[in-house]
Design a protein around this ligand. Structure first.
Ligand code: DQA
Length: 143
């Protein structure tokens, strides 16, 4: 099984960015742990602060890979282009957020991408990503 974790803008600063909201652990460190936890799964990783680069990555892998875990950061709340890209590909996409966006500012309550995604996991800290891996594994088992 081969999956991609795709992180959007400002998520390269995890560990340093607003630790009260996003925790103090770097994503690179967390990723090592997940790769060790799931040795049978190839977990690819890509992060970009640019909307078009995220869309290009979805196009590049979205017809071949078994699943994509997407934290689109603030583009979640603005990007119809990401919505369309998710709809355009065949791989299932799970939307994740580290924070519970519904407990935060009102502008974070709306997602432009949820309706195009298979499901949404938010509010469990970095563990949101692991829960999404579990969901993709379950879907793969049911194929
Ligand atoms: C986020 C929530 C978004 O509202 C925010 O813009 C982010 C991170 C999260 O993981 O909690 O950059 O997607």
């Amino acid at each position: 099984m081969n999956i991609l974790i795709l992180n959007g803008p400002n998520l390269n600063l995890l560990g340093r960015r607003e630790p009260g909201v996003y925790g103090s652990r770097s994503f690179e460190d967390y990723l090592i742990e997940q790769r060790n936890r799931y040795p049978a799964i190839q977990i690819d990783y890509f992060q970009s602060n640019h909307e078009g680069a995220l869309i290009d990555k979805l196009h590049e892998v979205g017809f071949a890979i078994d699943g994509i875990i997407l934290n689109a950061g603030a583009y979640t709340h603005t990007s119809i282009a990401l919505h369309d890209a998710i709809r355009a590909i065949t791989a299932p996409v799970i939307e994740v957020h580290i924070s519970n966006v519904h407990q935060r500012e009102e502008f974070r309550h709306h997602s432009c991408i949820s309706a195009a995604c298979k499901g949404v996991i938010c509010g469990f800290g970095l563990d949101s990503y692991r829960l999404a891996i579990e969901a993709l594994m379950q879907m793969d088992n049911e194929k």
